[in-house]
Write a protein that binds this ligand. Structure first.
Ligand SMILES: [Zn+2]
Length: 217
């Protein structure tokens, strides 16, 4: 899943307005932000296979440290610890950031083919496989993102014109980007190009979300 993860960011902001949306945008993609460098280091493994599913070209072979249930839980606990005792130091902020980190696994579970391990054991892997249907994948991500946008817009109020319209325009941009992501032609990019473009989008999207969030209260 790609832009659908940001549904968790927008919805969770409602429960704790002291946490920046930029932080929540990074938190929901945290395990993917780790995944790409680990792939380049050869620690986790993905094979690029054209049309492996209708929605992706990834055969996700081995990713216990980022996308297993155990690792996702441990990363969420680590995020809790960081925001509880090191930065911000607020229990409610720590809980919201931890939930954002863990939400990645739950949403990936909907779309991935059975490639999400419980831990390093490769015999049991989970994934409901929505990626095999590109239209259903796109629809799921769009519906949850729009629903979460609605929650976010209702739970915050604009301070400027940018604050009023910016987040809606940004979500529309994300939905358009996801058309290219899911339905676009196979580029045959190398893993390095794939990693750089994914990481660049995660950080740029988080920066935009941070900035737009400062225009609302
Ligand atoms: Zn992922």
């Amino acid at each position: 899943m790609f832009v659908g993860h940001y549904a968790a960011s927008l919805a969770l902001k409602r429960f704790e307005n002291r946490v920046s949306l930029g932080v929540l945008f990074l938190a929901v993609q945290f395990v993917d932000i780790l995944f790409f460098p680990l792939v380049l280091l050869g620690i986790e493994r993905v094979n690029i296979v054209e049309s492996f599913t209708q929605s992706t070209h990834f055969e996700l072979e081995y990713m216990p440290f980022t996308h297993s249930l155990v690792a996702s839980t441990l990363w969420a606990i680590a995020a809790y610890g960081l925001f509880r005792w090191v930065v911000v130091k607020k229990q409610s902020v720590a809980i919201v950031v931890a939930l954002a980190v863990f939400s990645h696994w739950l949403l990936d579970l909907m779309v991935h083919t059975p490639d999400l391990p419980l831990w390093s054991d490769t015999s049991v892997k989970l994934g409901f496989g929505l990626w095999n249907n590109a239209i259903a994948t796109y629809a799921l991500e769009a519906v949850i993102l729009l629903a979460a946008l609605w929650v976010y817009l209702r739970s915050t109020s604009p301070m400027t014109a940018v604050g009023k319209y910016g987040m809606t325009v940004f979500v529309i941009f994300l939905l358009l980007a996801n058309i290219a992501n899911i339905f676009g032609p196979f580029q045959g990019d190398s893993k390095v190009v794939m990693a750089i473009s994914a990481l660049a989008s995660y950080f740029v999207f988080a920066a935009v979300a941070y900035w737009l969030d400062t225009k609302r209260r």
